[in-house]
Structure formats: structure tokens, C-alpha cells
Design a protein. Structure first.
Length: 162
């Protein structure tokens, strides 16, 4: 028997390092939905440290992690585009101590500059790391179309004084 076989601590660590398919799916789905590795680890029942160790030691998991982040950014970009094109209303209701409505205010739109800057930074990162042979939403033509749409939205907002 090897050194691991005689060491109960090493055996426990090796078992803890193994992830089930369910844990992996929960982590990757959570990562795509939140773009937050801490939250994804919590959702999967694993620790952040365990997730990063797995990323370092398992190239397939690292690629799946990168795809999940890419999916999350595509979803974020689509949500921002929808919001910028079609807008949204949020009603803020003020209540008194007894729960009676004392005021209503409708807020329209958000300032998306920080999110757009984050997406620009992500696109720049992807442009430098893209392997070029992968088809999908991060192909050069898809990226060019999205950038053109964003430029058009920015132009329209500037023309409208927003």
C-alpha cells in the first residue's frame, strides 16, 4: 500500500478533493448565473478553496469554469442590451408606520456605465486569450456584431442626452 493508504488524513483529503457530477454542475451553473465563485461554491456545497484547487489541478474543470464565466458575461450583456433598448420601470412605494401608502415614485432606467466598462474589459481579456478555433458567441463575427450594437446604443443615448 502506498503512503496514502496508511495515512487516514491523506485519505480524507483525497476523498474531499473529489467532486460529484452534481456538485460540479451546481458550481458551474451557479458561476454562470452569478459570475461569483464564492456564491457558486456555496450553491454546490463546496468551499471556495476547493473550487480553486480543482481549477488549478483539473484542466477540463478550468475550461468548463472559463466557459461558465463566458456564458455569464453573455447573459449579462444580453440583459443590459434589453434594459438599454426597452428600458424598465421600478415603482418605489413609501409606507407609514401603519402600513398605509404615503407615496409612490416611478424610477426609470439605470446608469450602465460600470457594467459596460466591465463587459469591455471582459471582451479585451477574451480577445487576448481566445484560441480562435472555437465556434459560438465569442467568435470574431459575433463579437463584432455585439460591439456594433453597443456602439449604436451609445450613439443613440448620446444623441438623446442620456
Amino acid at each position: 500500500m502506498g503512503a496514502e493508504g496508511s495515512n487516514p488524513v491523506a485519505l480524507r483529503r483525497a476523498a474531499a478533493a473529489r467532486w460529484t457530477q452534481g456538485e460540479e454542475r451546481l458550481f458551474l451553473d451557479g458561476l454562470a448565473a452569478t459570475l461569483d465563485s464564492d456564491e457558486a461554491a456555496r450553491l454546490s456545497g463546496r468551499s471556495r478553496a476547493s473550487a480553486y484547487a480543482r481549477r488549478r489541478n483539473d484542466p477540463d474543470f478550468a475550461r468548463a469554469w472559463d466557459r461558465a464565466i463566458g456564458t455569464g458575461y453573455v447573459e449579462l450583456e444580453a440583459a443590459l442590451l434589453r434594459d438599454m433598448l426597452f428600458g424598465h420601470d421600478v415603482e418605489e412605494i413609501t409606507l407609514d408606520a401603519s402600513g398605509a401608502v404615503t407615496g409612490r415614485k416611478v424610477k426609470r432606467g439605470r446608469d450602465h456605465r460600470a457594467a459596460l466598462a466591465m463587459l469591455d474589459k471582459w471582451r479585451d481579456h477574451m480577445a487576448t486569450t481566445r484560441d480562435g478555433g472555437d465556434a459560438g458567441p465569442d467568435t470574431d463575427s459575433a463579437v463584432a456584431r455585439v460591439r456594433a450594437m453597443l456602439d449604436e446604443i451609445r450613439r443613440k443615448r448620446a444623441d438623446a442626452g442620456g
